[in-house]
Ligand binder design. Structure first.
Ligand SMILES: C[S@@+](CC[C@H](N)C(=O)[O-])C[C@H]1O[C@@H](n2cnc3c(N)ncnc32)[C@H](O)[C@@H]1O
Length: 440
């Protein structure tokens, strides 16, 4: 059943990666960025030391497994240094802490070899590599997981609900998953092109079909939907990307509603789409009459509306937990101990990006957007370093303006967090709030 898909990824491991590049850069993305996992799935209280276990199901050439294993190692090193510093003050200096464990699983040996070579280049020792199908998870004896990444895989299965059910069964009761499924509207042009290439390539080997696809792409008329969709450029990067986009053995796309139904039917609960602002109609619409008409819609209906409205969402990235897990898994800025953290862009850089008019600009796959920020956005962001708590940032700003009480500061932070959280720039850690989630 899995053979056509496996053979494709044996011939064209995806995405195309050269292990030597590991010395130059770490590829980061969503889902499975550790700060995001902590924010959306463990209420900011994740303890990612062993026995924390993550599964990367259909790991391909390793992007998520490498990112996660590297971030877990970095986090363990930071913890050890922190503990060591405390030890210097008389509490005893412990040794290097063990990072959590990443389990990589894929059908394709060729993909696994590249992922393994990348881990070796980085000296990562916290990944174990396995070949097999996620549909067979219960037989593989890999155990249960606090976190599961499954990106770009379920939509290639003959029976995606069976795949998600197999993952859900391997998930710890309080664990969570980061998933990615293709989305139809932003992939405008892909499915007609796939159909043409099926007609052209009937009976030919995959390598020959790649050649035909390149010829067809060069000859597409200006009116073809793929030509008209400049934001879909994956196929221009390499043969592996071209095969994945246009010559796939099996692929389907999910609307917001269909993705949500897949999740619910597997006994899971959708926590958030990433980036949240892309799934909010108000990010695109300013007309008050239209916005008022949408006020009564629940978050899922708003997300479905936003998907149709934007028309350029190519894939849905989202986090889920078990439906039986009724606790709020998202970090909230409820106490002064909460620590704001940024992803790739440091706080001071975000502070400099605030315009004179108090806005922040972003781009959603070719669509320029901008969001209003509160008055104190830049001074707050300038102090966000992943260590300072909200209480400390408030104290620093109060030293400049004695009238800034906690409630006034908190109102400013909440507005900032709503805007920048929507763009996935600003997340939270809540280290003091009970601690110990995620295998703590
Ligand atoms: C599009 S690639 C995605 C790779 C990786 N997750 C990423 O996002 O970069 C899909 C991967 O899923 C693997 N795959 C497909 N079906 C699978 C299955 N039933 N069990 C495990 N892996 C599977 C393929 O071999 C391939 O490497």
């Amino acid at each position: 059943m899995d053979e056509p898909v496996r053979d494709q990824y044996e011939a064209y491991p995806y995405p195309a990666r050269d292990p030597k590049d590991e010395g130059q850069r770490l590829i980061v993305g969503s889902p499975s960025n550790l700060a995001e996992i902590d924010h959306y799935l463990f209420a900011g209280r994740g303890n990612f030391a062993k026995p924390f276990r993550a599964l990367v199901a259909g790991g391909g050439t390793g992007d998520a497994a490498i990112m996660l294993a590297q971030q877990l190692s970095d986090r363990a090193r930071e913890r050890s240094h922190g503990a060591h510093r405390e030890g210097a003050h008389g509490e005893g200096a412990p040794g290097e802490e063990a990072p959590g464990e990443v389990v990589y699983l894929d059908l394709a040996q060729a993909a696994r070899e590249i992922a393994e070579a990348r881990a070796r280049e980085r000296g990562l020792t916290n990944i174990s590599f396995h070949r097999g199908s996620l549909l067979e998870l219960s037989k593989l004896g890999l155990g249960n997981f606090d976190y599961i990444d499954c990106c770009g895989v379920l939509h290639h299965l003959e029976d995606p609900p069976a795949g998600l059910a197999a993952l859900a069964e391997a998930l710890q009761a309080a664990g969570g998953m980061g998933l990615m499924l293709y989305a139809p509207f932003g992939r405008g042009g892909v499915y007609p092109a796939q159909a043409m290439l099926r007609d052209l390539g009937e009976g030919l080997a995959l390598a020959e079909r790649v050649g035909l696809a390149r010829r067809l792409l060069a000859a597409l008329p200006a009116t073809n939907w793929l030509t008209r969709n400049p934001f879909l450029s994956d196929h221009k990067q390499s043969d592996a990307e071209l095969v994945d986009l246009l010559l796939h053995a099996r692929d389907r796309a999910y609307t917001v509603e269909q993705a949500a139904a897949l999740v619910t039917d597997a006994g899971l609960r959708l926590v958030s789409f990433i980036e949240p602002a892309r799934y909010e109609p108000a990010s695109y619409l300013k007309d008050p009459v239209l916005l008022k008409r949408l006020l009564g819609l629940d978050p899922l209906a708003r997300a479905a509306f936003a998907e149709k409205l934007a028309g350029n969402i190519k894939r849905h990235v989202f986090y889920v937990v078990k439906a039986s897990n009724r606790t709020d898994s998202v970090a909230r800025a409820e106490s002064p101990g909460a620590v704001p953290v940024t992803r790739e862009l440091p706080g001071p850089e975000l502070a400099r990006a605030v315009t004179k008019g108090g806005r922040i600009a972003a781009e959603f796959d070719g669509l320029p957007v901008s969001f209003a920020l509160p008055r104190l956005a830049a001074p707050i962001l300038a102090r966000v370093d992943g260590k300072a708590s909200l209480g400390e940032i408030h104290a620093a700003l109060q030293a400049l303006d004695s009238g800034l009480d906690w409630n006034a500061f908190k109102a400013q932070f909440d507005r900032l967090h709503a805007a920048l959280g929507g763009l996935n720039h600003l997340l939270l850690r809540c280290p003091g709030d009970g601690g110990g989630a995620a295998s703590g």
